[in-house]
Design a binder for this molecule. Structure first.
Ligand SMILES: [Fe+2]
Length: 206
């Protein structure tokens, strides 16, 4: 099911996306794609990964709303680019035939989704808080496409997670890069549950 900007506002109320920073912007670092980009793109590729296809049952895990913004080196929004994310389900299983633990895969979790940046450079995802799996701290993979050109491949982390400092890919980033690729998770109460919100800003220089 597609998650619209309107429903995000309904959940979050007023949203404060990271504003224009003073001084030099830090370019979002490239990070490896890893071996688990889906080997078969699912039928449902919308930006709500918690609801898969027509199913009304939501995926397991803690829900995370990602409020993204994409800017260039001058802090100007970039519209019309496609952001893709992919990550494991709550059991640490990827949407990939080679994933470990594939028998435990949560079929309600879409595992992959796309969101196109609007005229303000904003994009949105409703997904779950990533979990750790053997050898990695929790992370969400992200790719940006300008038509068919891959303009960024990176990974997003949980701010302050205890496993970050031991993670071989997290450690490759400078401190400033670690900061901008780390998500601060803020709890937000919905009708009868807690969802989390984070804002992420991507900076590309192309
Ligand atoms: Fe991964």
């Amino acid at each position: 099911m597609l998650t619209s900007r309107r429903s995000f506002f309904a959940i979050c109320g007023a949203i404060v996306l990271p504003g224009v920073s003073l001084g030099e912007l830090i370019r979002t670092p490239w990070q490896g794609e890893g071996p688990f980009y889906p080997d078969r793109i699912p039928e449902d590729t919308d930006n709500d990964l918690v609801k898969n296809g027509q199913s009304t049952i939501e995926a397991g895990g803690k829900i995370l709303n990602i409020m993204g913004s994409l800017v260039n080196r001058d802090s100007k929004p970039i519209k019309g680019m496609t952001a893709e994310i992919w990550q494991t389900d709550m059991n640490g299983v990827y949407l990939h035939t080679g994933s470990f633990g594939s028998k435990m895969r949560d079929v309600q979790f879409q595992g992959f989704g796309r969101s196109i940046t609007d005229r303000n450079g904003h994009f949105y995802f409703r997904t779950i808080i990533p979990v750790e799996y053997p050898g990695r701290t929790p992370h969400i993979h992200l790719k940006l496409w300008n038509e068919r050109e891959n303009v960024l491949t990176t990974q997003l982390y949980i701010q302050g997670h205890s496993m970050n400092k031991e993670d071989f890919l997290f450690k490759r980033m400078t401190l400033a890069e670690q900061n901008i690729n780390s998500m601060e998770l803020l709890p937000a109460k919905t009708n009868d549950s807690i969802e989390y919100i984070t804002s992420v800003r991507l900076v590309v220089f192309s």
